[in-house]
Design a protein around this ligand. Structure first.
Ligand SMILES: [Zn+2]
Length: 320
């Protein structure tokens, strides 16, 4: 007999497929939108540096270098080209085949179903579609179902589902581009703190706040110690913010556990990429973000309380 928990879980799984389809768009477009924004900003700054207000002359100094006119002409040319580009947002332009530009119709965009029906190929040019699209949809669906099954159709369940969705994005965006968008990191951080303040994540607000503070500080210290010792930069500020966000969700006593689980994720991911031949070029830096995001997802999948039971030595400061 179907009980309401089963119905909730099935509905959440369905919703997860749809959200997963949207996450695919975020994963592919958000980095491109960010890079375009940075490019527009740099070009604007270059132009302002030459003809702009006196503040710019202060930066360059009274006898400082002038921006070469070729660079300025290049910047204004680039600005015109950027202005002429079609808008790029999460909703525009509509999804197209990356290979032939074929506009994807609604019935070709049904999560998982369309991929199977099209046998993983574009209906127009037959170019293969990455199996990552349905994989993201299935993983998102599984996490949504898990949240509904564990927490029911509650605000707490919805929050943990959002936690999973944001981490899936960070995991793949960092894997693809070595970027961890602030917009997603801050959404995670503020949601985690807000949820703790409302008592929705089951951890004390003070533990969430200290989790965020120590999460950020610990990696910040590692980063600067590594930089002083080797002159190289081992990770980025995005990693500090992501660990801060995880600390806000799981609590300060979880930080050692997260770092432990993230090294496990790193080992598994490294082996998987090695097996897939993706690590052939050792010069491509492997970032820390996917390990952290993966650790957050593993903790949610196992259950935060269960992780404490499995690796008690990672919680030396746990009360009780
Ligand atoms: Zn095509």
């Amino acid at each position: 007999m179907l009980v309401s928990q089963d119905v909730d879980t099935a509905l959440a799984a369905l919703l997860g497929l749809l959200i997963g389809s949207f996450l695919n768009v975020v994963i592919y477009r958000l980095p491109a939108m960010m890079l375009r924004g940075w490019l527009e900003e740099s070009v604007g700054n270059l132009m302002a540096a030459e003809s702009g207000p006196s503040l710019w002359r202060q930066v360059l100094g009274p006898k400082g270098p002038a921006i070469p006119s070729t660079l300025e002409r290049g910047a204004s040319d680039a600005a015109m080209r950027l202005d002429a580009l079609p808008p790029l947002t999460l909703s525009r332009p509509a999804s197209r085949c990356g290979h032939c530009g074929h506009g994807i119709r609604w019935y070709e965009n049904i999560p998982v179903v369309s991929y199977v029906a099209l046998r993983g190929r574009c209906s127009s040019c037959r170019a293969s579609i990455s199996p990552r699209y349905p994989a993201v949809e299935i993983v998102t669906s599984a996490f949504f179902a898990l949240c509904a099954w564990r927490y029911g159709f509650t605000l707490t369940g919805a929050l943990w589902a959002a936690f999973a969705a944001l981490l899936i994005c960070q995991f793949l965006i960092d894997l693809d581009t070595q970027l961890l968008p602030d917009s997603l990191n801050y959404a995670l951080l503020w949601m985690g703190l807000g949820a703790a303040a409302l008592g929705l994540t089951g951890i004390a607000l003070s533990s969430a706040v200290w989790g965020a503070v120590f999460g950020y500080l610990s990696l910040w210290l590692v980063y600067h110690a590594y930089r002083l010792a080797t002159g190289k930069e081992g990770m980025g500020y995005g990693d500090f913010k992501l660990l801060a966000a995880l600390g806000a969700w799981l609590g300060a006593d979880y930080l050692i556990g997260i770092v432990l689980v993230s090294s496990l994720v790193g080992a598994v991911l490294g082996l998987a990429l090695l097996a897939a031949g993706r690590l052939a070029n050792k010069n491509i830096p492997m970032s820390f973000g996917p390990f952290l995001a993966g650790a957050g997802l593993v903790c949610l999948a196992i259950g935060p309380a269960e992780v404490k039971r499995l690796v008690p030595f990672a919680f030396p400061f746990a009360p009780g």
